[in-house]
Ligand binder design. Sequence first.
Ligand code: ADP
Length: 348
Amino acid sequence: MKNRLATKVAAAVFLLAGIATAAGGALAGSFSLWLIASVAAVAGGAAYVATTHLVVRRLGLARETLREIRRHRFDNLSAANLERGDELNDLIRQVYRTGQVLESEFEELNSLENYRREFVGNVSHELKTPIFAIRGFAETLMNGALEDGDVSRSFVEKIVRNADRLANLAKDLSEISKLETGEQRISAEPFDLRRLAADVVESLESIAAAKTITLTRNVPADIAPVMGDAPRIRQVLVNLVDNAIKYTNDGGHITVTAAPDESGGVNVFVEDDGIGIAPDDLPRVTERFFRVDKSRSRTAGGTGLGLSIVKHILAAHNEVLRVESRLGQGSRFGFHLPTATTAEVNAA
Ligand code: ADP
């Protein structure tokens, strides 16, 4: 029964024809003209009711559906609960569904646009500070400070430091945009966490030593291989240890620990006895460009993107960053990694 609507209309016409025939039969028994007129009136009324019920009422529903969709109002739309019936019902359902798809695409575009606007605003703000600083130092040099050997050296050093900040920002921005758009893919393989931790500690030891900070690692020799994207997990550890150094005062202590957990995975922690984070700021530290102390972060070369990058890398591994901190006492950043199975180790 392809043309169900036609079937319904045809049934209505047949019904009317039946009524008319019955009226004609009655007429043969020499009924008067007024009876013919009333039969015609009843038939006309029935035709009107049938057309209204089958077509007009539902066209009204289609019109109302379109109007509500245009106003982005999807709640209480009766088209949402319309039964499959005939072509008209199917058409109204299609209109509703198309509206729904358009609405969700519209919402997605809106949130992307908000993200883009906020991102561009943040980036231009972040760029301004080092650019203005570089310009300021260069102008002072041009206006005479060049002649003074000591002053010019210190100004050139400041220019270099600000140029480094710009370079860090460019690197972190490209990293975060790749992670946020999903361009940066994670490929999990078994790897040796003990070796990776040793490598990270070694690469940052001299920076810690410059602040007389003791940087130690505590990873059992028999720790099982873990699953993850080793270069990305290295980046996570580098960011966490680098932060621990930045936000720990001279003479402090930092430990990188890895320990098996009860579920068969491994917990990794970077713990410091540094400045700590206040409870109000704690939930915000992984937000893009959030810094508790802007000037301390900038002086230390921070971009405000490090923990955001860490969060994204861990999310791509289906893991989360755990943060515990007490103001003035220190912080502990941690995450979990699954242990590689024998099959995964053999396959690698
Ligand atoms: P930044 O480049 O500013 O270090 P991050 O995203 O890495 O940016 O960190 C965000 C903020 O979280 C930092 O500015 C700092 O205020 C705080 N933070 C991060 N790690 C630590 C830590 N180990 N101790 C204290 N505060 C920290």
